[in-house]
Design a protein around this ligand. Structure first.
Ligand code: ZN
Length: 315
């Protein structure tokens, strides 16, 4: 069983236009020459980024032999300006797609906890829309250990559903409030909620090892940071993943994730799954040996690709 623990379903108008402009600006940094933001917004890479349709995700999952994906939107309206399609409709879009493809998608609700009635909307999503968890993106500037967020955790605790949070920086948004340290209190105060820190906290591996070792309710996913690292510096990806998996109480908490379609221009889901399946390749073992690290075994690969996510989802 292969599970992608971090994917998005969305269309351009479901996110603030400012986010797309920021993303295009970011992409312009990688392109030689002087291309205008308008031209980049129309590029193939940006069009793929914006096209988070269920059908496209399903086709890529099929090609990559991914059995199930956790799907969610994102709520950046309070920080970047409201998108044309409000977040309530985005959440409903996620729930409806998950209902249609219930054997493939596991829908998580997303909201900025500062919105009026956030907790009531979350509870409705769990009870009426059959959503299965909560996705947070504290980069809009709220505090994960603040009163508003605690109201959401109380609902997650009541229904015993997991919480995924973005960790790390993001262009045009605020990474400090999405640091691991702001989850110290919630992960202690709600020991029965399973939390996942996304994107391997963009390389803060030692911090992750520290907190996951001490708190058995914390997981993490390798999305986005993983594809960026394997593209830029493969040995560092092997080293970082091996480093975290070397720790007995952490190796069963690391989950495969893609951040699709945000990472579509880096690599296909099939290539990303293939990268993980290939971790026990003798050439990679040789690289790890140079760092004094042991090699990846088939058991590690199975844990990352699905076994750990199965536990996170409580099944
Ligand atoms: Zn994401």
């Amino acid at each position: 069983m292969i599970i992608d623990a971090h994917t998005h379903l969305w269309q351009r108008d479901m996110l603030p236009e400012k986010y797309w402009i920021n993303a295009a600006w970011m992409m312009s940094q990688f392109i030689p020459g002087d291309m205008s933001i308008d031209v980049i917004l129309k590029s193939d890479a940006m069009q793929k980024y914006m096209d988070g349709s269920a059908e496209r995700l399903l086709a890529e999952m099929e090609e990559a032999s991914i059995d199930k994906a956790i799907v969610f939107g994102t709520d950046w309206g309070l920080a970047l300006g409201e998108p044309k399609i409000p977040v309530d409709d985005l959440n409903k879009f996620i729930a409806d797609n998950a209902k249609e493809y219930s054997d493939k998608f596991i829908p998580f609700f997303t909201i900025d906890p500062r919105r009026p009635n956030a907790a009531i909307l979350f509870e409705t999503a769990l009870t009426k829309w059959e959503m299965k968890g909560l996705k947070l993106h504290p980069t809009t500037g709220y505090y994960p250990d603040g009163e508003e967020c605690y109201k959401l955790f109380e609902i997650a605790d009541k229904y015993q559903v997991p919480v995924i949070t973005h960790t790390g920086y993001l262009t045009g948004l605020k990474g400090r409030t999405a640091s691991i340290e702001y989850f110290d209190a919630p992960t202690t105060d709600f020991p029965k909620i399973k939390f996942s820190f996304a994107h391997l906290s963009f390389g803060k591996i030692e911090d992750l090892i520290g907190i996951i070792t001490m708190k058995p309710n914390i997981y993490c996913d390798i999305s986005a940071h993983g594809q960026l690292l394997i593209t830029n510096s493969p040995s560092d990806f092997y080293r970082q993943l091996r480093f975290i998996m070397n720790h007995q109480l952490v190796s069963n908490k690391v989950m495969f994730g893609s951040d699709w379609p945000a990472t579509s221009s880096l690599m296909t889901l099939s290539k990303w799954v293939g990268t993980i399946k290939d971790l026990d390749n003798p050439k990679i073992s040789e690289v790890l040996d140079k760092f004094g690290y042991k090699k990846f075994r088939n058991k590690d690969i199975k844990q990352v690709l699905g076994l750990n996510a199965t536990k996170f989802l409580g099944s």
